[in-house]
Design a protein around this ligand. Sequence first.
Ligand code: SF4
Ligand code: SF4
Length: 98
Amino acid sequence: MKFWRKPFDADKIKIPNGEIHIIADRCKGCSFCVEYCPKDVLELSEEFNVKGYHPPTVKKPDDCVACHLCEMLCPEFAIYVTLKEDEQTAELAKEGEQ
Ligand code: SF4
Ligand code: SF4
C-alpha cells in the first residue's frame, strides 16, 4: 500500500511479526485465509489432509503482520496466529511494568 504522505509517528511504530499455526486436518480447503490475507502470506499446499482437502501453507513467513484476519475468517478454526517468540516476551514484559 502506498500512502500519500509518511505518518508523523512512523518511526515510533513497530510492525509486529506473526507466527502462523495451521491445524491441517481441520481445514476444508475453502481458501478464505489465502484469498483475504492482506499481505499474501499463504497459499494452498499440494498436500492432502485426512479429509482430502489442500490445507494452506505459509509462503512468506516474514511478511505476516499478525492482523489475525485469517484466524477470524476461518470457519473451521484451523488457523491461528501468535506473535513471534521474542515479540511475545517483550509484550509480556511491557504488561508486567504496568
Ligand atoms: S495474521 Fe494477517 S497477515 Fe498474517 S497470515 Fe493471517 S491474515 Fe495474513
Ligand atoms: S480458512 Fe480455514 S478452512 Fe479455509 S482454507 Fe484456510 S485454514 Fe482451511
